[in-house]
Design a protein around this ligand. Structure first.
Ligand code: ADE
Length: 255
């Protein structure tokens, strides 16, 4: 049973390539992939690039061309919910496309033809990701040597959340937009914890092919006026050990 680990950017994938045995790199449709083994399990690592279409194409390649039977996404996101801070981890339970609006033909956020606004993540994979994320934070709080001082302080209060992640083809870079988006969704009963640009697309593709999907997102910024500064700092300086530890632990738990 092959599992695919997908990220948008190489930094989000961290050093996962190195944990693969008998690994080979290849390109397909302009994307970079690695194939290898870990704990006797076949693994494909993929990089989609940014945005819903790029993510959907890559997810389709993974399932239809490369034989992946499950997809797990790992990457960063902007924090939205109250108390979802930079350095926290969000394990997705559902995904919604916040920029999908075919109203008045369909209700806002409903995916035309699907009769739903959200796609639910696979509960088994999600539980394992949640356990791996908690184990990583517990470990980091006692040994944060591989982080800069500033980030080590941040890690001390980091938490793991589970819930709704929203996706759209927009980098949310103002507090006004973030608050507006969060409160419009909240008024309709959706409590968005984080925003990113790929997850809901991958969730929809996995739904189409009836394949399990799960996702973990590390909060790189608060989707506010500082997001364009916090995001690149986090991507360059902080995210790498998250992916390495959480995904390696997750793979061990589910093998
Ligand atoms: N991914 C990380 N931060 C983000 C933001 N602020 N908006 C959209 N996607 C993101």
């Amino acid at each position: 049973m092959t599992i695919a680990i997908l990220s948008a950017l190489p930094e989000e994938q961290g050093g996962l390539v190195k944990i693969l045995e008998q690994r080979e790199q290849f390109q397909y449709a302009g994307r970079t992939f690695w194939r290898g083994n870990r704990h006797g399990q076949k693994i494909i690592l993929g990089l989609s690039g940014i945005g819903k279409v790029a993510a959907a194409t890559t997810a389709t390649i993974l399932l239809e061309r490369l034989g992946a039977q499950r997809i797990v996404f790992t990457g960063v996101a902007g924090g939205m919910g109250e108390g979802v801070q930079v350095g926290d981890i969000v394990v997705a339970q559902q995904f919604l496309q916040h920029d999908l609006d075919a109203s008045p033909i369909f209700p806002r956020w409903e995916v035309p033809g699907y009769g739903c606004t959200q796609f639910t993540c696979d509960p088994t994979l999600t539980t394992l990701l949640f356990e791996a994320a908690n184990a990583y934070l517990a470990q980091t709080k006692t040994n944060n040597l591989d982080l800069q001082k500033h980030d080590a302080v941040l890690m001390q209060s980091a938490r793991v959340h589970q819930g709704l992640i929203i996706s759209g083809d927009r980098f949310i870079n103002t507090l006004t937009e973030s608050i507006t988006l969060h409160s419009i969704l909240a008024a309709a009963g959706y409590q968005a914890l984080a925003v990113e640009m790929e997850g809901a697309a991958v969730a929809q593709v996995c739904n189409d092919f009836a394949k399990p999907f799960a996702a973990v997102r590390i909060i790189s910024d608060r989707a506010d006026d500082n997001a364009h500064i916090d995001f690149p700092h986090f991507i360059q300086q902080v995210v790498r050990p998250y992916a390495d530890h959480i995904i390696a632990d997750f793979l061990q738990r589910q093998s």
